[in-house]
Design a protein around this ligand. Structure first.
Ligand code: FAD
Length: 619
């Protein structure tokens, strides 16, 4: 059985990888342990959030599926950080996890060129440093020149609930036992990580009247650039907020001796920014209370997820700690929380294309690369699917720089720095975050999606129109000036703006804080018929003009720097400021340019700066 691309794993990474590969014309096989679980949300019923929302928009701009699925299955939509600048705003949606999964499975099974095999991949087959196929537990041997591994938490997965341990990929699902050994046998370094989830409780046993209501946005915005804003009227459900208290903390603390995290039962490192409740109590004992978000898992709202209460404490402790919280005094647990340890591939084993350095044609994406989160997984899956397809066409891989996309930041961080703990995306990881906004992800990335053939003509034209209107609006604001006449100041007063005393461009006025779209339409009537999206862009570009220009200048300097040639036979050990590790790596790989140096794992931006200054000084 011959294919062009085989994807192992039908999680968030595997979905995007297999869809991209098939849509780019490759005969693609998706091997997954349970077809039913394709697109399952292992943990929280939500997509997006700060920085993660950026990733979803970027996936969408490139032609991925995640945003469309979220618009389809979302049951609460919110824009986080609305009071802050546009660069750090994040879209987040609660999803009906059943509908999300069914939507994804339906899309997968209806995609041309894409075939699904409900099997367990056990062995990777490689010859002379090239992958050639996969053998499953039934002994089926599938052949393909490109294989993408997206196995999530399943490799040697081991679940912990108190003293109870069970081998599983997720609770109730088989673990993948032999694939890890097969990967290792190819010379690829692996490690062990841990993550965890909370208990789910029965809705009818919760007293919501004791909790704070958290509704969705009044005017919810869709995730996808392909969903029409004007007609987007999703069914929305509220979430609720409650808090842990002193009793909860004391109870958890008194059970530390039964916590797998502290007894030595768990050896894998957990997510620093998404810790379990026992970890939080241990680290922040002085905190009086912790937020808990009570989130519906489906539209029917029969089960609720307790966001902030991940735990692997024993079942009796889980019940008691839930009962100690206001509104959950009589709550009944439907599913217990648990921790899971699993094997992951050291991401410094990968190139920026997500292909492994040691085995040609073998790619890794998602949680297997040490990340955590559906969005991080989907972003990598999409890129692995695209790059495997480009390699089949003998074309260069698509690699985003750090100034082009959060996806670029994510992959660059992983493959150059590696990770020893589950990696999640934050806006603070992006140096050029003023340029990498959610709202302009289409302008930044859709041209790539369109060129590849993953974005259709109509969607592309929508983006082209937005760009044209943006350019026209910005040009008008910059070219039009107001003089401090009585008439002009009366006009400014009429729209609630302070008068001017000097001649200024409209851009300077629009850049004032709190300048709204309504005011923009009055001061620049030419924008009146533009789309809402274009008007928003014009406002943002006018407001942040100076900062944006500064970041663009920095990028130009960086681009120039990356082309700088490193003289052959350079003595790196004589350059002061470089760590021994950096010197050792530079000596070993002898990179011809600063860009090539930046591709080596462990070569930091600071080390590149030192190298750059040194080369300039001695040439
Ligand atoms: P997954 O979604 O895990 O999908 C892996 C897929 O691979 C599955 O379909 C599986 O059947 C298939 N598979 C595995 N091995 C094989 C094989 N040998 N053959 C065939 N198919 C195979 N993320 C957060 O952001 N925050 C959290 O707090 C959080 N907590 C989590 C808690 C738990 C208990 C778990 C399990 C996950 C948690 N996650 C959390 C992580 C989140 O679920 C993952 O980041 C995300 O699902 C990763 O997507 P993925 O596609 O890489 O893998």
């Amino acid at each position: 059985m011959k294919y062009d691309v085989i994807v192992i794993g039908g999680g968030h990474a595997g979905i995007e990888a297999s869809l991209a590969a098939a849509r780019l014309g490759n005969k693609t096989l998706l091997i997954s342990i349970l077809a039913e679980q394709i697109g399952a949300a292992s943990c929280n019923p939500a997509i997006g959030g700060l920085a993660k929302g950026h990733l979803v928009k970027e996936i969408d701009a490139l032609g991925g599926q995640m945003a469309l699925a979220t618009d389809n299955a979302g049951i609460q939509f919110r824009t986080l950080n609305l009071s802050k600048g546009p660069a750090v705003r994040g879209s987040r949606a609660q999803i009906d996890m059943d509908r999300y999964r069914i939507y994804m499975r339906t899309i997968i099974l209806n995609t041309e060129n894409l075939y699904v095999a409900q099997e367990m991949a056990e062995t990777l087959v490689a010859q002379e440093g090239k992958v050639t196929g996969v053998i499953t537990q039934f002994g089926n041997h599938y052949h393909a020149p490109k294989v993408i591994l997206t196995t999530g938490t399943f490799l040697n997965g081991l679940i912990h609930i108190g003293e109870f341990q069970q081998e599983a990929g997720r609770v109730g699902e088989f673990p993948s036992r032999t694939l890890s050994e097969s990967i290792k046998s190819l010379g690829i370094t692996m490690g062990r990580l841990k993550t965890g989830t909370c208990a789910r409780i029965d809705a009818k046993s919760i007293d919501f009247s004791k909790m704070e209501l958290q509704p969705g946005d009044e005017n919810p915005l869709p995730f996808s650039f392909r969903t029409t804003r004007e007609t987007f009227k999703p069914f929305q459900l509220p979430c609720y907020i409650t808090y842990t208290n002193e009793d909860t903390h004391t109870l958890i603390e008194s059970n530390f001796h039964r916590a797998p995290l502290f007894t030595g039962q768990i050896s894998g490192i957990g997510p620093r920014y998404c810790p379990s409740i026992e970890d939080k109590i241990n680290r922040f004992r002085d905190k009086e209370r912790h937020h808990l978000f009570i989130e519906p898992q489906t539209r029917e709202a029969t089960e609720y997820y307790i966001n902030g209460f991940a735990t692997s404490l024993p079942t009796d402790t889980q019940l008691n700690m839930i009962h100690s919280v206001e509104g959950m005094e009589n709550a009944r647990i439907v599913r217990y929380g648990y921790a899971i340890e699993y094997d992951y591939v050291d991401p410094t084993e990968l190139k920026h294309s997500l292909e492994t350095k040691k085995i040609e044609g073998l790619y890794c994406a998602g949680q297997i690369n040490g990340t955590t989160g559906y969005e991080e997984a989907a972003a990598q899956g999409l890129m692995a699917g695209i790059n495997a397809s480009l390699a089949l066409r003998d074309e260069e891989p698509l690699i985003f720089r750090r100034d082009e996309a959060y996806i670029g930041v994510l992959i660059d961080d992983l493959v150059t720095k590696g990770t020893k703990e589950p990696y999640r995306m934050f806006t603070s990881r992006a140096e050029y975050r003023l340029l990498l906004r959610e709202d302009n992800a289409d302008l930044r990335l859709m041209p790539y999606g369109y060129k590849l053939g993953l974005i259709d003509e109509q969607t592309h034209q929508k983006m082209v129109k937005k760009r044209k209107e943006l350019n026209e609006g910005v040009a008008y604001l910059e070219a039009t000036t107001l003089t401090p006449s009585n008439e002009n100041n009366a006009f400014l007063a009429s729209i609630g703006e302070d008068k001017i005393t000097d001649k200024v461009t409209l851009q300077k006025i629009v850049a004032r804080s709190e300048f709204s779209i309504e005011k923009l339409e009055k001061i620049a009537p030419c924008v009146q018929n533009f789309t809402e999206e274009a008007k928003e862009q014009i406002l943002i570009e006018a407001k942040y003009k100076n900062y944006i220009e500064k970041q663009k200048e920095q990028i130009d300097i960086m681009k120039e720097m990356m082309d700088v040639k490193i003289p052959p036979m350079m003595d790196f050990s004589s350059i002061s400021g470089l760590s021994n590790e950096v010197v050792e790596k530079l000596q070993r790989f002898n990179p011809p340019t600063l860009f090539a140096a930046s591709e080596i794992s462990g070569i930091t931006p600071a080390a590149l700066d030192i190298l750059h200054v040194y080369i300039k000084f001695f040439n």
